[in-house]
Design a protein around this ligand. Structure first.
Ligand SMILES: [Zn+2]
Length: 234
């Protein structure tokens, strides 16, 4: 039976963070990543699902290498935050370029790893219009002004020029309507990727499913059978 995702002509996107044996909630083992790729291949879905490795962690390099070796049909995207490139535990620019040469795509993931929109009681607040063009305050959980949002978009694009395709992965999946319209108005990125699950029908706002180690590999093809089974946990 053809999987509903294929019948719909849609794609799906899975998000991983640290691929390691760490006990942190967002860490998954490379064994789980490969098993998910295998289950997707068995379901005929591996060409229709992208694997994102967020945050530019050093562990993305061996994970991407394994995927390229064993599942070359799976599109792999690494999302880099400019301010952490080359820091301890993170990918360097040289490593990112090497991964590009293997066919890995690079997306921007902020100049800093900050929320582009704030939330109150689970609802995204509008972006304040005042503010100077500059980086986000480095303390607390700041509410960015429209010019600070623009800074995150433009400086990410410019710092990664020649390396990235035109895609911005929202840190923490956080956004509001203002963030999307700032990006559109200034034509910074073609695609903005969230952490809300849904089928990817090629729109400007790209849905993605957050994968934690609580998900069993065998569950994934069934999860992707529904256009929007639930919002992925943040
Ligand atoms: Zn992130």
């Amino acid at each position: 039976m053809t999987h509903p995702l294929l019948l719909a002509g849609a794609r799906a996107n899975l998000v991983f963070h640290d691929v390691s044996e760490s006990r942190s909630r967002y860490a998954v083992t490379s064994g789980l990543v490969l098993e998910i790729a295998e289950r997707l291949r068995e379901s005929g879905l591996s060409q229709s699902v992208r694997f994102y490795l967020d945050d530019g962690l050093a562990s993305a390099l061996p994970a991407a290498a394994l995927l390229r070796d064993h599942y070359p049909e799976v599109e792999v995207v690494v999302a880099l935050t400019v301010s952490t490139i080359g820091r301890k535990g993170y990918l360097s620019l040289t490593e990112a370029r090497e991964m590009c040469s293997w066919g890995v795509a690079i997306a921007g993931h902020g100049y800093q790893h900050v929320r582009l929109a704030s939330y109150r009681d689970g609802i995204a607040c509008p972006t304040p219009h005042e503010g100077e063009y500059g980086p986000a305050p480095s303390t607390g959980d700041p509410q960015l002004s429209s010019n600070e949002v623009l800074y995150q978009l433009i400086e990410t694009r410019d710092a990664l020029q020649g390396l990235t395709r035109s895609e911005f992965v929202l840190p923490y999946g956080a956004y509001n309507r203002d963030v999307l319209s700032i990006n559109e108005r200034h034509q910074v990125f073609d695609t903005v990727s969230s952490s809300d699950y849904g089928w990817d029908l090629g729109g400007e706002l790209r849905p993605r499913l957050l994968v934690t180690r609580d998900i069993a590999a065998g569950e994934i093809p069934a999860l992707l059978a529904s256009p929007s089974p639930r919002s992925a946990p943040r």
